[in-house]
Design a protein around this ligand. Structure first.
Ligand code: NAD
Ligand code: ZN
Length: 240
């Protein structure tokens, strides 16, 4: 029995981490192009680092909610592949061991010349990446090559490592596909809805679902903590 859980910012909203499009959020006072694009980084590294330093402090303080714990519980019982667009580590805090962070994670740093999908010329690549317990500061340099360090998050316009080889290995083995808390508007991540379209049982949990994308899904229109724990309990009973 294999289950894929694909999550977005809505999963962590009830833990106090605002969603991308929500009001009063992480982005308040900042323009996305200034703090979440390669051009923004080139123009003002200090501003970008200040923004992520705030995100780091905030996310470190947040705690997993009932939906994160429900996913951890599911992973204890079944073969679960947990794919998230979130850069927070609340799934790990809830006890999920192997999370695919396709947009990176806030508790890692990398060299500004590290690319998850390597560039054409290998001399343009430095593979330095490491866990951190304090945010990257302006002036922190890569111990390997001396270029600047940056947060290990994927910015708009950067390549996303979708782990395509791993995805193809599981595509035809997946029995249940659960999507939670995503607007499914950020690509290529949102392609997963199409990639897993033939999975026999599919659920979509979100208070504001985009029905146009949800052919074949059972839609649970509401918050993650309202529906996910109950869904997972019923799956445990049904599939045990
Ligand atoms: P999004 O902001 O585009 O969409 C969030 C979705 O969550 C919306 O559809 C909304 O209706 C839904 N939602 C709001 N509250 C919810 C709740 N309580 N329960 C369930 N769903 C709820 O987010 P996205 O689709 O993940 O894409 C945004 C991008 O921004 C991603 O790339 C992500 O990496 C990044 N981001 C990450 C975090 C985080 O790490 N927690 C937070 C904000 C943005
Ligand atoms: Zn380097």
């Amino acid at each position: 029995m294999m289950i894929v859980v694909f999550s977005g910012a809505g999963l962590s909203a009830e833990s106090g981490i605002p969603t991308f499009r929500g009001d009063g959020g992480l982005w308040e006072g900042y323009k996305i192009e200034d703090v979440a694009t390669p051009l923004g980084w080139m123009q003002n590294q200090k501003l970008v680092l200040d923004f992520y330093a705030q995100g780091f402090e905030k996310m470190q303080k947040c705690q997993p909610n009932a939906a994160h714990f429900a996913i951890a519980e599911l992973a204890n019982h079944f073969d679960v592949v947990c794919i998230t667009q979130n850069i927070d580590t609340l799934l790990e805090k809830a006890g999920v061991k192997d999370v695919w962070h396709i947009h990176g994670r806030i508790d890692y740093q990398k060299c500004e010349w590290h690319f998850d999908i390597p560039p054409m010329y290998s001399e343009w690549q430095c593979n330095y990446k490491s866990p951190i317990n304090k945010p990257v500061e302006w002036g922190d340099l890569c111990p390997k090559c001396g270029k600047h360090l940056r947060p290990d998050v994927v910015w708009f316009g950067e390549a996303v490592d979708m782990r395509v080889d791993d995805l193809y290995k599981i595509q035809n083995q997946v029995d249940v596909f659960i999507v939670v808390g995503t607007s499914a508007q950020v690509y290529p991540a949102a392609n997963l809805l199409k990639f897993f379209q033939d999975v026999p049982t599919k659920y979509f949990i979100d208070p504001d679902p985009n029905y146009e994308l949800l052919d074949g899904f059972t839609v649970l229109e509401g918050k993650a903590t309202k529906y996910l724990p109950a869904l997972i309990e019923s799956l445990k009973e049904e599939l045990a």
